[in-house]
Design a protein around this ligand. Structure first.
Ligand code: MGD
Ligand code: MGD
Ligand code: SF4
Ligand code: MO
Length: 883
């Protein structure tokens, strides 16, 4: 593959909505050297663990390089023809609403704009929805109800000028690490800055909190209603702002007064502490994310928060305001281009005939979606019941990430015609495609993204497109052309799309909408290439800045709207057969369905398995042992997860990560257990509120394996992750192989690793169910298996490091000698420092601060993502010393 040469390229991180600027350069070995861009306003040079490891994730392993039809490689012409024909046939026979696009907040705005234009303006259906439905839809709906537009009022710099920051339903330390570090740095420099964390779990984010409120799942609206009552009764009420710029105050307050604070699950004292802090400083930012959005009452929760900011007038001025942080790198851009089924481009409303006409006129399009299309869950329901005849999935993995993932998988498999555009060949979703189209990925793509503070930045190509991979916008335009609209989709590059989009935003601006970047509608290709990050709007009359501080809103009467909020519990009720609440979310070093992060050994060893956080009391009641395996089940599906007993969980409530797939674990797809319950206003699924039964998995044996090649175990439980020299696999099974003799274990190992000829060195005690087996090829360790009747206690890092070595005695010992202690699970991904190393240094050198740990071990001194965990280890060591 040829690689672009030349100077370093400025681009933007493809992970979270912080939108950090990255400087990248090919390292000449298939990877990239990356560092933070000091000139980018979002991060000023910093990157988190995921951003720092980007260079390890651009390799070509697993890439889809040519189109495939029915599993066989095909040419582009043939593939595009087939897609265009199948879509045309479905539309001709069953109408425009018989086809659908399911797209993604990880598309660039230019890709997204074209997809939206094709579906809404040319096919003439609203049936384009996006994974942002699972992510930001409740914030969008809440913003539109309160502001008359989907606009985040504030800027990141508000985090540095605030006196109080409330993080509600946000694990910022792991999910928006660079923003979190900005807050942590500010708090260190200015200890008077108060931080409140509202989350049923005690997360890493709570490490810097002055107050952590373990709210009951769904209890947030009741908490903000209690706050609204306190605001109304005291000096924090901004009577002038409410009188001049707000509607709905009385009804909102009446509902708040009628709401029961007991729903918060918090004590009166905790609620009073919270309201005192919130009210006590005018400069307060309330940051919220999926703990708010992913709820059957998510939109109401959003409005309960915004109500408090409107009543106190604390909005759109420096250091204050509600702040919904976006998840994906272009979640915000997708909202701007109208990627949701119920939006039009440029913050225009699909329900509004004047807006529809304006867009149709601008596009000079033959038709226009008459109204909103199907929202994600309804879209897959329509796929399931046969209403959708042709489906195109772009840049998302719904067979893993949609609720009722097993049902979604079956629905896609049964759809008469499914196209999937992805960068990888094998994902749970690509496996279901009739036509598979290879897209370019991060590092190759060219376009723009918008981050959480409305800052538009360029993603620029650093690498050539591999094989036959094409840009998503290009693939969409090729299909549009083949469907008969060549002239309307005749762009020669992303700059041309951007210009059109910017011009359309001028039409929106003229209709009184806020999203207006029309000042850029005339940029040349060269100017587009050189575009510096900027915060929208950018029109003839307005450039950047905050919204709503002037009391001007985009509702029909121009007032900010307060809404009466009646708090609601999660829809799935706890019942004797499903007595536990299942909360789901993210881990620090993995991204969604891991299609990128699982390629990086250092990101894979922070959390190497799908796991379940359980409170010690629940673990005891359920008979779950630490590091054992739990079986979760409910009417939708089941999962097998490693047990992590922790006081950070609340009794009755368990947490599992969303990342594991059919590729990385046997039964780790947690969305198999999440029902199709959605918020009635936004259509966003309640991803954090399923109910489940939990039981111990009665493993006859547990295993740990390392191998230079990936394996496909047949055991009931397995989970696989990357190591530097190969793969690491955890196993558990209900039956021993054969009669459990030494020969049976050896045969099992040979089959597992597909090494029938390898020389075997082993220590096996069949009576105790104990086996240690090394398989040697050319005198070197090619694979090894450790089994026991208890969860296997070997030093995993030590064993994995011996892959490829000649030293099988050290390997079979399972532990390094005293001179080389076991580092344990990775805490610092940048310098590869394990938990045991840190705890040992804390004890031996009497370290008491994160900085001291950094000086001793370098841990936490680069990206800083692990600093909250180091702080927690220091606290753990202090607690142990005090006992
Ligand atoms: N490392 C990493 N970072 C990411 C991502 C990733 O995959 N990995 N994904 C990105 C994306 S797309 C998104 S959307 C963001 C998500 O970012 P976050 O929303 O911060 O992440 P989550 O872990 O989904 O959920 C946040 C917290 O909500 C809490 N929660 C659950 N129920 C409730 C409740 O009823 N009330 C309250 N107050 N809290 C509750 C959970 O315990 C959890 O700690 O992260 C982005 N950043
Ligand atoms: N239980 C539970 N479920 C959840 C959540 C939760 O908190 N709990 N969170 C939800 C949220 S907030 C989100 S955002 C979703 C995320 O869920 P998904 O969008 O399904 O997750 P990803 O793994 O990011 O999927 C992206 C896919 O696009 C491919 N890809 C990457 N880059 C490109 C590109 O440039 N072009 C194309 N065509 N393909 C590309 C990747 O290989 C991958 O297959 O999950 C949702 N599901
Ligand atoms: S915080 Fe990390 S993942 Fe998010 S944009 Fe910045 S470097 Fe990327
Ligand atoms: Mo998301």
């Amino acid at each position: 593959m040829t690689r672009l040469t030349g100077p370093e390229i400025r681009t933007t991180c493809p992970y979270c909505g912080v939108g950090c600027g990255v400087i990248a350069r090919p390292d000449g070995q298939g990877g990239l050297d990356v560092r933070g861009d000091r000139a980018h306003p979002a991060n000023e040079g910093k990157l988190c663990s995921k951003g720092s490891a980007l260079g390890e994730t651009v390799g070509l392993s697993g890439r889809l390089l040519e189109p495939r039809i029915g599993g066989a490689e095909a040419g582009w012409d043939e593939a595009i023809d087939l897609v265009a024909r199948k879509f045309r046939e479905a539309i001709a026979e069953h109408g425009p609403d018989s086809v659908a696009f399911y797209v993604s907040g990880q598309l660039l705005s230019e890709d997204y704009y074209v997809a939206n234009k094709l579906m809404k303006g040319f096919i003439g259906s609203g049936n384009i929805d996006t994974n942002s439905r699972l992510c930001m839809a409740s914030s969008v709906a809440g913003h539109r109800r309160a502001f008359g537009t989907d606009t985040v009022p504030g800027l990141y710099e508000d985090f540095e000028t605030a006196d109080t920051i409330v993080l509600v339903g946000s694990n910022l330390a792991w999910c928006h690490p660079v923003l979190y570090q900005r807050i942590a740095a500010e708090k260190k420099h200015r200890p008077a800055l108060k931080v409140v964390v509202i989350d049923p779990r005690r997360t890493a984010t709570a490490e810097i909190a002055d107050l952590h409120l373990p709210v009951a799942p769904g209890g947030d609206a009741a908490l903000f209603n209690a706050l609204l009552c306190e605001i109304a009764d005291g000096a924090a009420l901004d009577r002038d702002f409410v009188a001049e710029h707000v509607s709905g105050f009385d009804a909102a307050l009446a509902a708040a007064r009628a709401s029961d604070p007991a729903l918060t699950g918090l004590s009166e004292r905790q609620i009073a502490d919270f309201t005192r802090i919130w009210i006590g400083s005018e400069r307060v930012v309330t940051v919220y994310s999926q703990g708010i959005n992913q709820s059957s009452s998510g939109t109401d929760k959003v409005n309960a928060i915004i109500n408090c900011h409107l009543a106190s007038g604390r909005i759109g001025r420096p250091g204050m305001g509600p702040f919904s942080v976006t998840g994906q790198p272009n979640a915000m851009g997708g909202r701007e281009v109208g990627g949701l089924a119920n939006m039009l481009a440029c913050h225009l409303d699909i329900e509004n005939p004047a807006h529809r006409d304006a867009v149709q006129g601008f596009w000079a399009s033959p038709t226009m979606a008459p109204g909103p299309g199907l929202k994600a869950v309804d879209m897959f329901r329509a796929v399931e019941d046969g209403r959708i005849k042709a489906l195109w999935i772009i840049c998302t993995n719904p067979a893993v990430s949609m609720p009722e993932a097993d049902r979604v998988r079956a629905a896609i498999a049964a759809c008469p015609f499914t196209v999937v555009s992805d960068v990888l060949a094998d994902t749970d979703t690509t496996r279901l495609a009739d036509v598979l189209l290879p897209a370019t990925g991060w590092g190759e793509k060219d376009g723009t993204v918008t981050n959480s503070e409305r800052c538009i930045s360029r993603q620029r190509p650093v690498l050539d497109a591999p094989g036959g991979a094409r840009h998503d916008w290009r693939i969409l335009c090729d299909v549009a052309a083949r469907m008969g609209w060549a002239e309307d989709f005749d762009y020669d590059g992303p700059a041309a799309i951007f210009r059109e989009y910017a011009a359309l935003s001028g039409v929106a601006g003229a209709l009184g909408r806020d999203f207006d970047i029309s000042a850029l509608s005339g940029v040349s290709d060269a100017e587009y290439d050189a575009l510096d990050p900027f915060v929208w709007p950018r029109s003839a009359t307005r450039s950047g800045g905050r919204f709503f501080g002037d009391g001007q809103f985009y509702t029909p009467d121009g007032r900010g709207r307060m809404l009466p909020i009646v708090p609601a519990l999660p829809v799935s009720r706890l019942a004797p057969e499903t007595p536990y609440r299942l909360n789901t979310g993210r881990v620090r070093d993995h991204w969604h369905t891991m299609t990128r992060t699982a390629k990086s050994p250092r990101l894979s060893q922070h959390m190497a398995e799908p796991y379940l956080e359980v409170h010690p009391d629940d673990a005891a009641a359920l008979g779950l042992v630490p590091a054992g395996i739990a079986r979760l089940s409910n009417g939708c599906g089941e999962a097998l997860l490693r047990v992590l007993v922790t006081g950070r969980a609340q009794p009755g409530s368990v947490f599992a990560p969303m990342h594991w797939t059919g590729e990385t674990a046997s039964l780790g797809r947690i969305d198999a257990l999440v029902p199709w319950v959605t918020d009635p206003v936004s259509g966003q699924p309640e991803s954090k509120g399923a109910t489940v039964a939990i039981a111990p998995f009665a493993a006859a044996w547990y295993g740990f394996a390392v191998s230079t090649r990936p394996v496909q175990p047949a055991t009931e439980y397995w989970a696989q992750s990357r190591e530097k020299a190969g793969w690491r696999t955890e196993l558990a099974a209900l039956q021993r192989p054969g009669a459990g003799t030494a020969a049976d274990w050896e045969a099992f190992a040979r089959t597992l690793f597909d090494l029938p000829e390898a020389q075997v060195v082993s220590m096996i005690d069949p009576a105790r169910g104990f086996a240690r087996i090394a398989l040697m090829e050319y005198g070197r360790v090619a694979a090894a298996l450790f089994t026991a009747t208890e969860p296997v206690a070997v030093a995993r890092g030590h064993v994995a490091a011996l892959l490829g070595a000649e030293d099988q005695p050290a390997l079979l010992a399972g532990r390094p000698g005293a001179d080389r202690p076991d580092p344990g699970a990775t805490v610092c991904a940048c310098f590869d420092v394990g938990v045991n190393t840190i705890l040992a240094a804390i004890a031996a050198e009497r370290l008491t601060t994160v900085e001291a740990v950094g000086q001793a071990l370098r841990a936490g001194t680069n990206c800083g993502s692990c600093r909250p965990e180091i702080a927690a280890l220091l606290a753990q060591a202090r607690a142990a010393a005090a006992c």
